[in-house]
Write a protein that binds this ligand. Structure first.
Ligand code: HEM
Length: 495
């Protein structure tokens, strides 16, 4: 056979092999009898996402609503088989009961070299457990009680500055101040402007950024070849040197006990982090270096700042839109302040109605719209056999707006958290199980304290500059209002 014919046959065989491979991959759900929308070759069910005109979660939205009777729905994120859960029992299995089979988030958009690559958000196994258990220390009830006066001082300082409105930028600045003081033990004011400018740079959206983030998640080898990055190198350098300076400055300072930087520095000094594996009754030691310390510090800062400020802004928006809820919350706050004579821990804990308002805001606008997991071995879920590596998605936004679980689901109705039975594994703004948000209780304390201060003194209304209804940016990681029509809440002093 001539060489040309040989090359032709080899080429043909490769094509047949590739086609067969794709056919097998794209029949994953069909073979298992899981309902799904038939995928296109290579892009799977992701074509819609490439129009960049709707939020990513709309892809899950379509799948969620396509099969309303199903407990789970299959889809293809490009060539990755993903299972979307619609049933609370299955969600409980993945997040809690069978956590050891679904412990990690799986493919993630942080490139090796990215500051977040070694954070507990992307780490798995016992190294994740070891570091996470140390990072719980700054968030214990005892410590939250201790830092409440500092949070109160920051709120008062903010109100004394005579604010006229609430915007995402203003709330970011405030949450940065509160967080850096109470969790990093530093006063950030002198570096605040530069930090926020770089931070906004990191969050800015563009199609090229989304392509890189999607590439890093689903095509890591190709992305590595193309040198795709989660954030530009100059921002990466800035954040590393910013955090390094904080870590080094605080190395010998113990003015705040048990803040996150002190905990990270203790691990850095030892160079090791220890974990006792109860199941295997085994001690394990992991290296802990500067890279790991920077990664956790950045994760805490980023995880605290963005979802918190976005939620505070949505809470202001919801209360401005619902004067009745605003008044009820204000009456409750005034009565409690009289009862306790100030912002004590007990007083903040008893703000039940304001807490319902916050819960309802998190139901309508969960900043993270979905949770993701991956199974670490071949397994079975709800009678369906799953191969190791299958991706699982819990679509929070869809579950929170499902009329099967919430009456009149698009309406802002804080009372539902007093009157209705809320299913624990349907309402999950902070998730559940061993990977549950680390800072949820800190955030709730911060939000209640801040809004009690604001509602005590101000009436909230939507500014005339904002066009209603509220719409979201199509391509951000967190659920963010349109940049060209930001949320602006007018503050009117109450006499
Ligand atoms: C409105 C505020 C917040 C919301 C809605 C929120 C929500 C979430 C969600 C949904 C997750 C993913 C959990 C999972 O995959 O099961 C998460 C993880 C995490 N959050 Fe939050 N969060 C908030 C504020 C905070 C704050 C204030 C901090 C810290 C100071 C924080 C630190 C973290 C960390 C470290 C993780 C990773 C946990 C792990 O993988 O072990 N979050 N958060």
């Amino acid at each position: 056979m001539a060489i040309v014919e040989l090359i032709f046959v080899a080429f043909l065989l490769s094509i047949i092999h590739i086609v067969q491979h794709f056919r097998k991959t794209m029949s994953y759900w069909k073979v298992r009898g899981v309902k799904h929308i038939p995928p296109l070759p290579v892009v799977g069910n992701m074509l819609r996402a490439f129009k960049f005109d709707r939020h990513f979660f709309h892809v899950y939205n379509k799948m969620y609503h396509a099969f309303p009777e199903e407990r789970m729905v299959g889809m293809y994120e490009f060539t990755t088989a993903t299972l979307i859960l619609r049933d609370p029992e299955l969600i409980k299995t993945v997040l809690v009961s069978e956590f050891s089979t679904f412990p990690d988030r799986g493919p993630i958009m942080f490139n090796p070299g990215c500051i977040l690559y070694w954070s507990i958000f992307s780490l798995g196994g016992n190294k994740w457990r070891a570091i996470r258990s140390k990072l719980l220390t700054p968030f214990t009830t005892g410590r939250l009680k201790l830092i409440l006066p500092s949070v109160t001082r920051s709120c008062l300082e903010f109100l004394e500055s005579g604010p006229k409105e609430l915007t995402l930028d203003i709330l970011r600045q405030l949450t940065l101040r509160i967080f850096s003081q109470t969790m990093f033990g530093i006063d950030i004011k002198s570096e605040e402007a530069e930090f926020l400018e770089n931070y906004r740079g990191m969050l800015s959206v563009s199609k090229s950024k989304v392509v890189q983030q999607v590439g890093l998640t689903f095509f890591p080898r190709f992305s590595d070849f193309m040198s795709f990055k989660f954030m530009p190198i100059h921002l990466e350098k800035y954040f590393r040197s910013f955090l390094n300076a904080i870590l080094n400055k605080k190395m010998d300072d113990s003015s705040w006990r048990d803040d996150a930087i002190t905990i990270l520095n203790e691990m850095r000094k030892r160079g090791k982090v220890h974990f006792h594996d109860k199941e295997k009754d085994m001690e394990e030691l992991f290296d802990f270096n500067d890279e790991l310390a920077q990664a956790q510090a950045f994760l805490l800062l980023f995880a605290a700042l963005e979802p918190s400020s976005i939620t505070l802004m949505h809470l202001a928006y919801d209360l401005a839109q619902s004067p009745d809820s605003q008044n009820k919350a204000r009456q409750e706050i005034k009565a409690l302040l009289q009862k306790y004579g100030g912002y004590s821990w007990e007083c903040v804990k008893e703000m039940k109605y304001l807490n319902c308002c916050l819960k309802e805001t998190l139901r309508l606008h969960p900043p993270l719209q979905f949770l993701n997991r991956v199974c670490n071995k071949d397994t079975e879920l709800g009678g369906v056999k799953l191969d190791k590596g299958t991706r699982i998605v819990v679509p929070l936004q869809n579950l929170h707006l499902d009329p099967n679980y919430f009456s009149d689901p698009k309406k802002y109705k804080p009372e539902r958290f007093l009157d209705e039975k809320i299913h624990q594994f349907i309402y999950l703004p902070f998730s559940d199980g061993p990977r549950i948000c680390l800072g949820s209780r800190f955030f709730i304390m911060e939000a209640l304290t801040l809004f009690a201060h604001i509602l005590e003194k101000f009436e909230l209304s939507i500014s005339k500059e904002m066009k209603l209804p509220l719409k979201y940016e199509p391509i951000t990681v967190f659920l963010t209002p349109k940049i060209n029509n930001p949320v602006i809440i007018h503050l009117k002093k109450i006499n």
